[in-house]
Every structure is written in C-alpha cells, then in structure tokens.
Design a protein around this ligand. Structure first.
Ligand code: GLC
Length: 468
C-alpha cells in the first residue's frame, strides 16, 4: 500500500491494471464505433400549395420541422387562384420533372389528375378507411375510379353571410332573401342587397352549381362513357338559376360589378357594410372579424338558400393533399399527409383561419365549440350534402364553358335560356369529342390539359423568380 508522500511510479506490478483499463475501454468503445451507422440524412418532403395555405400553415410547418429533424417539410408558394395554381402544377407534371412530392389540390381537380396518371393512390399508404372518421360531405371528391387520391385538409362549403343588425333572422329561401335585400336598399340601410362571385372563373361555376340545385336542376348527371356523365344545363332548373342571377343584376339587387367579382371583391364590399348578404367560403368570417370594419360583430352565417320547395347544399370547396407519382419517398410523404391533414393541424387551422374541419371529432371539441361560432353551421352544410362539382376529367373545360356563358349573360342583354342552351350544346360537343378515348394519353387528356399549354413557360418564369 502506498504511503502519503511517496512518489508512485508505474511499476511492473501496476501495468496489468492500467492495460486492463485501456483494453476494457477499447472493448466498450470499439464495437460501438464499428456498429454505429453514419447519421442518416434527413428526408425532405416538398409540398406545393396555393399562397393562402402557405401562410396559414407556416408556423405549424416550422414546429413540425423543429420536432422532426429526420423528416423536413419544404413548402413552395403557388398562386392564390385555383386555376392558376392548377396550371402551375400541370406545367411541371407535363414536363415530367416536378420537384414536388405533394400537391395541395382543389376538390375539383381529383378526376383529371387521377385520370392523367399524375397521382399515386393513397389507400395502400393510409389504409382503406382513411376517410371513415370524417363527416360525410368532406369524404366526397377524394376518390375516383376506385382509388383514394387525396386527403382533405378542410371541409369548406359555400355559405350565406347576413347582417344580424339589419334583420332578425336569415332568409329561409331566395324569395325572402330578395325581398329583405330590396327593402333594406329602399330604406337606405345598404347600397346593395346581395354580392357574390360573377367573374368568369371557377368561382362563378361554384355559385352556379348551388343555384342550379337551388332551382331543382343539376349540372351533371353521372353516367357511362369516358367523361363519366352528361351535363343538363338546358333544364328548367338550370335556366331558372341563371335567370335569377341575371335578374338580381338587372334590377339592382346585385351591382353590375359582380360580373368582375371573385371572393375577395365580394367580401370587401360586404365587410365595408355596403351589402346585406354575401355568398362566400368559411374563411370569410374570420377575415371580416379581423378586418375591424363596420360590420364586425354583426355578421351571421347560414347555409345557402334555395327556391321555395327545393333544397341545395353549398358547393363543396375542400382543399387536400395528394401524392404525386414519381415522388422518391412516398412513405415519408404519406406521413406528412397524415400530419398536415390530421386533427391537431386542422384544429389549429380552424382557430386561426376559420376553415371547416373534416374530422367528425373536431365538431365535438369543447374548445372549438366555444371559440368558433361557425362550427354548427359548417357541420350542417357538410351533413346535408354539399354539391359536388362534376367528377370528370373534363371538369375544368366544362366549368370554362359554363362560366363564360353566365358571365356573358351578366354583361349583355341576352336571355338565360339562350346562354344555358349554348352552354349545354358546347358541353355536349366537348363530351362527345371525348367519347371513345380510353387511354390517359389519348386526345381526351390532351384536350383536358391543353388549357395549360402556356403553363410550362409560366413555370419556368416562376422558377426563375424562386416561386416554384
Ligand atoms: C375556393 C374553394 C375551391 C373553389 C374556389 C373557386 O378556393 O375552396 O374549391 O374551386 O374557391 O374560386
């Protein structure tokens, strides 16, 4: 035993203990070093979204990336408008070199994108029952040809906004709506009665779909053939729908300017206190409340109204995530879909943006019930059966034909029967020319995407600007 003060030099007798220690350490550390894999590189899932969704999800995506160092989400900003957004996406898809794994898709794109082979089916990754816990209306428009192509992030439908300070209750049908609007205009309480989307774009097709059903008609009769059905735009209901809208403009209930209104223009006019009624999507309520204008606290929201004796749901306007064919990491992309469309993310988006959720459980959530007054009407709109736009690869072109004719009617002195007759004839010709095409690369598809032939150039330009 060494005594204090005695210098200890490593002697023969101590070497074995020292060597054993080093050997021990080597035995512990070496295998660990040999077995340790190099740190796996993070997988990045790239998502293209319309501009408003990029802003709405920015902080959620930042949180996700912080919590998942091995799975990063990179979001690219697309345009706001659904048609411009689709053009941008299709430009990349036609070039065959899209840099994205996921695409945020409007409900009206599903059939076209699926038929073109641009998407991967989701049921294998998310399960056959992926939509089961959603409210019925939100499940619509996500499947086509027996596969699931899209998971909805919101359950939006068209809604009717009304002024609680100007009337005791919302109108029960379109006759009441028009009467109340006229009376309030006559009393000088509002300049305009009813504002909606009349610009020749897909928003006008959404308004028309609601109105056609509101008068007992239908735009689309599903059936056989490559297009998957037929249009019924010259039916009495469809003509009455166009007639009522043009009558509102010609008699001054709606301003002539609705012929150039998209969602935002109509919203601004209503938010400024200049109209009694507004047709818009769920986001409008938060937007109006946040704007701090004269109608804050004076806005009620109800389901869209119909002609007496008929009933119409609001147009289904959901956005959802789809997996692009060719994504190098479909499993990780599916994980991002699960998270971004999942109940937690949706809850945050309801509170922050006012979107309608798709999960039935969120309609029972005590915090949402307390903080989001639109929840009950949103559920009612989804459950009473929202109107779904024609589920056909030809939808974009059919929508184009309808919106042109109706917008033309708003700005000329033509008749509703004439305009709707033309829309029907043109739609039938389009469907006929598509009949007999059986391959995704055949003329039907070429025609369906020809609207986007200018998109490649736009995509290149946007890439140069760092947008895409
Ligand atoms: C909203 C809806 C979408 C619709 C579009 C029309 O973005 O969510 O479904 O096609 O408005 O403008």
């Amino acid at each position: 035993m060494a005594r204090t003060g005695e210098r200890r030099r490593p002697g023969r007798s101590q070497r074995p203990a020292w060597a054993a220690l080093v050997l021990g350490l080597l035995l512990i550390l070496l295998p660990a070093a040999l077995l340790a894999r190099p740190v796996a590189a993070a997988t990045t899932v790239r998502v293209l979204m319309p501009s408003p969704f990029v802003d709405a999800t920015a902080s959620l995506v930042a949180d996700f990336n912080r919590d998942h160092p091995q799975l990063q989400v990179e979001v690219a900003r697309g345009p706001l408008d659904t048609e411009a957004m689709s053009d941008l996406a299709i430009g990349g898809l036609l070039l065959g070199d899209t840099p994205y794994d996921l695409l945020m898709m409007d409900v009206s794109w599903t059939a076209k994108y699926a038929a073109a082979g641009w998407l991967m089916p989701l049921e294998g990754l998310l399960g056959d029952n992926a939509l089961e816990a959603m409210v019925p209306g939100a499940r619509e428009g996500n499947a086509f040809g027996g596969h699931l192509w899209r998971m909805p992030l919101n359950g939006d439908t068209g809604l009717l906004y009304w002024r609680t300070d100007l009337m005791a209750a919302p109108p029960g049908n379109i006759v009441e709506l028009e009467a109340v609007a006229r009376q309030l205009q006559a009393e000088g309480k509002v300049r305009w009665g009813y504002v909606w989307q009349g610009r020749p774009y897909v928003g006008l097709s959404c308004v028309m779909l609601e109105m056609i059903h509101a008068f007992g008609g239908q735009w689309w009769q599903p059936g056989s053939g490559r297009a998957g059905g037929q249009t019924q735009l010259d039916s009495a209901g469809a003509i009455a729908a166009a007639d009522w809208l043009v009558h509102l403009v010609r008699t001054g209930v709606s301003p002539e300017a609705v012929a150039d209104f998209a969602e935002n223009e109509a919203l601004q006019l209503f938010a400024a206190g200049d109209a009694a009624f507004l047709r818009n999507w769920p986001y409008a309520w938060r937007e109006i409340e946040r704007g701090g204008g004269p109608v804050v606290g004076k806005v009620g929201v109800t389901t869209v109204v119909s002609a007496p004796g008929h009933s119409s749901g609001g147009t289904l306007g959901t956005w959802g995530l789809s997996l692009l064919a060719g994504s190098p990491h479909p499993r990780e992309a599916a994980e991002v879909i699960r998270w971004l469309t999942g109940p937690e993310t949706q809850k945050a988006l309801v509170l922050d943006q006012g979107y309608a959720p798709t999960w039935a459980s969120l309609y029972e959530d005590p915090e949402l019930k307390l903080k989001h007054p639109l929840l009950a009407v949103q559920r009612q709109a989804l459950e009473q059966g929202p109107e779904v736009r024609p589920l056909t690869p030809l939808y974009a072109q059919l929508s184009d034909l309808l919106q042109r004719q109706v917008n033309g009617l708003l700005t000329t002195d033509g008749t509703a029967a004439g305009a709707m007759g033309k829309a029907q004839t043109q739609s039938a010709v389009l469907i006929e020319s598509a009949a007999g095409e059986h391959t995704a690369s055949g003329p039907l598809l070429k025609q369906a995407v020809s609207k986007s032939s200018h998109a490649s150039g736009r995509l290149q330009a946007q890439r140069r600007q760092g947008v895409a």
